[in-house]
Write a protein that binds this ligand. Structure first.
Ligand SMILES: Cc1ncc(COP(=O)(O)O)c(C=O)c1O
Length: 458
């Protein structure tokens, strides 16, 4: 029986990432409020939010300082923009703060509202810069199978997941997808992780040669692939890949929309994996998701060439009404100050070993094939047969069953392609809460095992 608000929802709301036919009967889980790492539904039941919403609510729920900053800024200057030479203090101060913490020399910061907009901007900037250099054939952008870079037309083209393309007439042809570096599935028998990484880099080089290096404007990559299934790069992957890109002078766009701001145990994932990009996309934890805001961080060289080209054209013809919105910018600035004042990076480093131990221990369960992660990001894969690493049939919806049983046990997790499950809790989670999270997850796994046995899926 659906509640009144569930029925109203089913009648009126078109839900992202939802089987909209099944949803007519199941209805939504209506969340009413949140505190710390927990959210509460309309009946008052509590859930540990093991996904920090959508990999974003880094400070957890109920951070009143951020609400106060938003209210103060809204009363002072509710809207201001950056078009045509206008500016305001929150955008200036936020850009300065980002230049201070980003781990490479930054020229300028461009503000947008979502990860997708940031990555669309990256593509446009790659083309703009290439044209400015007279490299007018450079139109292709390399991405990877199972990458997630957003859902707008261009960023969805970079995304390498079937559901984001099918029936949407995507991807556009500028997007070229290289191999997904998932050792668990794609490593050959007897191949070491480092040899696998070398093979991935060699395949990338072969792809660049096949497409033509003079046609490739940039490559985009997430340090850890998030929505594609929490795929952690194999040992030596980024050093090998960045060496290939350097050889062909192809700039690397670092998509830190999930991995940015302490998630991996460093301020940014590129530091965890030892590479330096030409530009970076950030969003989500930039404001702890309290308000929408994203940014593109540009190297000195990229900033300079874009400025020069705009001078020739007469304007830099790009920007959103809400680029650097003062209320979002003020909240983001305060969020970054809180990360620093409360030493969130030290906290992540202190609790991450326990979190990772709990993630990896899950392989003891009969349903878990792979368990990986870094910092406070983790992922597991549900398999039918551990020896052959074979998944259940997609139609059997085993990942969805785990999520359903987790919800019953008071836990919100995210099932993804190939029955992979992500854990990305608020960064403020403490050790007892980590234990509670995994004990609820184990309850869900056991229920799923019973269900799968009853349904004769095993
Ligand atoms: C790595 C990455 N890039 C880009 C995006 C797109 O961000 P948005 O949903 O804000 O458009 C996401 C969203 O999950 C992401 O994980």
């Amino acid at each position: 029986m659906l509640s009144n608000s569930q029925m109203r929802d089913v009648a009126s709301v078109l839900h992202p990432y939802t089987n909209l036919v099944k949803f007519r009967e199941a209805g939504p889980l209506v969340i009413e409020k949140g505190k710390g790492v927990r959210v509460f539904d309309e009946n008052g039941k509590d859930y540990i939010e093991a996904m920090a919403g959508l990999w974003c609510t880094a400070l957890g729920w109920g951070e009143t300082i951020l609400a106060d900053v938003a209210a103060t800024q809204m009363k002072k200057l509710a809207f201001g923009h950056l078009f045509g030479g206008k500016s305001h203090e929150p955008a200036i101060a936020l850009a300065e703060k980002l230049k201070e913490i980003v781990p490479f020399p930054v020229g300028k910061v461009f503000f947008a509202n979502s990860g997708s907009e940031a990555n669309d901007t990256q593509i446009k900037l790659a083309w703009y810069a290439a044209n400015a250099r007279g490299q007018t054939k450079k139109k292709k952008i390399l991405s990877r199978t199972k990458a997630y870079h957003g859902v707008t037309l261009a960023s969805a083209s970079l995304t390498g997941l079937p559901a984001n393309h099918r029936s949407f007439d995507l991807p556009f042809s500028f997007a070229i997808h290289a191999d997904c570096p998932h050792y668990y599935h794609f490593g050959h028998d007897g191949e070491s992780e480092t040899d696998f990484a070398k093979r991935m880099a060699a395949n990338l080089e072969a792809l660049i040669q096949k497409e033509g290096p003079d046609t490739i404007a940039a490559m985009i990559a997430e340090p850890i692939m998030g929505a594609g299934g929490v795929i952690v790069p194999p040992e030596g992957y980024f050093p090998a890949v960045t060496a290939v890109l350097a050889k062909y002078n192809i700039p690397l766009i670092d998509d830190e929309v999930i991995t940015g701001f302490c998630r991996t145990g460093e301020w940014f994932g590129c530091t965890s994996y030892g590479f330096q990009p030409e530009s970076m996309s950030i969003a989500k934890a930039l404001s702890s998701a309290y308000l929408p805001i994203s940014a593109v961080i540009l190297s000195n060289e990229l900033s300079a060439i874009i400025e020069e080209e705009s001078g020739k054209i007469g304007t830099f013809g790009h920007g959103f009404t809400y680029s650097g919105h003062p209320v979002s910018a003020a909240v983001a600035l305060k969020t970054l100050e809180i990360y620093q004042e409360r030493r969130i990076l030290d906290h992540v480093r202190a609790v991450a070993p326990h979190f990772q131990k709990r993630v990896r221990n899950l392989t003891e369960h009969p349903l878990i094939g792979e368990a990986v992660g870094r910092g406070l990001l983790g992922g597991v894969e549900i398999v039918k047969d551990k020896a052959t690493r074979k998944n259940f049939e997609p139609a059997q919806q085993v990942g969805a069953a785990v999520a359903r049983h987790a919800e019953e046990a008071g836990l919100i997790i995210r099932p993804m392609l190939n029955d992979r499950i992500a854990f990305c809790p608020p960064l403020v989670i403490d050790v007892p809460e980590i234990d509670e999270l995994f004990s609820r997850f184990e309850t869900a796994l056991n229920k799923t095992l019973d269900w799968a046995t009853r349904e004769k899926l095993l």
